[in-house]
Design a protein around this ligand. Structure first.
Ligand SMILES: Cc1cc2nc3c(=O)[nH]c(=O)nc-3n(C[C@H](O)[C@H](O)[C@H](O)COP(=O)(O)OP(=O)(O)OC[C@H]3O[C@@H](n4cnc5c(N)ncnc54)[C@H](O)[C@@H]3O)c2cc1C
Length: 407
């Protein structure tokens, strides 16, 4: 069976949804199809740790409901995987034999969690709703949970576990969040994690796993531990197979230019599947965050509509809550910048650090504790703003005003 649409999107998540909304803001006439192998309305992966920890019901994870697609005049192909892309015939083949023809195509395929010791019942990654369901069941009666890799997947899960559960965190490097934060900010958070009861195993890895009633883990350091579940958070691999097999240019992700266009004029890519320019460093990267997926989804849609519009580049913009502490990391937050300015400490549960280049322009920021004015920092990095001085770090949010009042 062959159907044809002006716009076809593969991927029903941050990038795909934003593309749909952008198409419809500009045109009520074009035909749109959305393909996703998961058979449910779009949901927030970011919130799944709250669901696993029993702090949110499943219904709260959904961003839209089934009528959303109908209301926006989108033909959904949910529960069906795209298995082949023919760039010459402008067709996508689905795993039930359906062929979907496209005028323009958006690859918003996201990525997959890097797996480890596949096939063990007490070991899981977390990327999709099915993983969240598995982990919910697995962790319900767990007395001890171990996470491998300290990132935005594993740490929030440990953080939202019920009180009394023993938590182990195994990290390959000598500090947590080494790919996200500078040493000072990471050290503060590490202190916070340890005071929240996390048992850290740094410079370590899981060498051997034996599954029985519980899991026996032998660590590369030689020590061993017994735990009920192992959550693997060792990063994400972009879904590039479809594009690569079709002959599109790929690196770590599907390569895109400043218009979110691949090397085929009618095919675009966005989000965790796409590798495009980083705004701060100018290098190609897979940014791997929700906001980038939304921005690229919007930009791709505009260009698919022919409204030529360049995207300045993606930026790190991670916002999360770990062990009761809000944390934001924006732009470039590493130790090799020209200059940094800090304010606050962990005791006050309020720490801020800005990262400046040689011209005193803000290239990155870390906010811990109070984060409600993070948009100001995001815009400073985006507009290459010059640092106005220490006063800025006092914050503009309600928390800051309250703290000044009681100081
Ligand atoms: C537990 C967790 C916590 C996170 N926390 C944060 C956070 O705090 N802040 C942050 O910014 N980001 C966070 N992220 C990352 C964020 O969720 C991603 O950056 C975002 O989801 C990327 O959106 P996307 O639209 O590019 O792709 P995805 O959300 O990965 O969606 C891609 C969709 O494509 C579908 N698909 C893939 N291949 C096919 C195919 N062949 N056929 C049909 N369908 C296909 C998939 O099933 C999926 O539904 C977190 C992620 C996880 C898993």
């Amino acid at each position: 069976m062959q159907q044809h649409f002006d716009m076809v999107i593969i991927g029903n998540s941050a990038a795909g949804l934003q593309a749909i909304r952008t198409f419809r803001r500009h045109s009520s006439k074009i035909s749109i199809a959305l393909i996703d192998r998961e058979e449910c309305p779009a949901y927030s992966r970011v919130l799944t740790p709250y669901f696993i920890g029993g702090k949110a019901e499943k219904k709260h994870l959904y961003i839209v409901d089934y009528p959303f697609y109908n209301d926006l005049g989108v033909t959904p192909f949910l529960g069906l995987a795209a298995v082949k892309l023919d760039v010459v015939r402008h067709e996508v083949q689905l795993d039930d034999g359906t062929t979907v023809g496209f005028g323009k195509l958006l690859l918003a395929l996201g990525g997959e969690a890097r797996s480890f010791k596949d096939g063990l019942g007490r070991v899981s990654t977390l990327r999709h709703m099915a993983d969240a369901d598995k982990l919910l069941a697995l962790l319900q009666f767990a007395r001890s949970v171990t996470a491998l890799g300290a990132g935005l997947v594993s740490v929030p899960v440990l953080s939202h576990l019920p009180k009394g559960v023993e938590r182990h965190l195994i990290v390959g490097s000598d500090r947590i969040f080494s790919r996200l934060l500078d040493g000072e900010s990471a050290a503060l958070l590490e202190e916070h994690f340890v005071s929240a009861g996390v048992i850290l195993h740094k410079l370590n890895d899981v060498a051997e796993v034996t599954e029985g009633e519980r899991l026996e883990l032998k660590l590369s350091s030689g020590s061993s531990l017994t735990t009920d579940a192992l959550l693997v958070g060792k990063g994400v691999t972009p879904n590039i197979t479809l594009a690569r097999d079709a002959g599109l240019a790929t690196g770590d992700g599907v390569l895109i230019d400043d218009f979110c266009q691949t090397d085929h004029p009618d095919i675009f890519a966005a989000g965790d599947a796409a590798e495009g320019k980083d705004y701060v460093t100018g290098t190609k990267t897979v940014q791997g965050n929700w906001i980038t997926a939304v921005e690229q989804g919007e930009n791709a849609a505009l260009n698919m509509l022919g409204l030529s519009c360049a995207y300045g580049g993606s930026m790190k913009n991670n916002i999360t809550e770990v062990f009761g502490l809000d944390v934001v990391a924006i732009g470039y937050c590493f130790d090799d910048v020209s200059h940094t300015v800090t304010s606050g400490d962990l005791a006050a549960r309020r720490f801020r650090k800005v990262f400046l280049d040689e011209q005193q322009r803000v290239v990155g920021a870390v906010l811990i504790g109070e984060t409600n004015d993070s948009g100001v920092y995001y815009n400073m990095v985006r507009t290459r703003g010059t640092f106005p001085g220490r006063k800025m770090l006092q914050g503009t949010g309600r928390h800051a005003a309250f703290m000044r009042q009681i100081a």
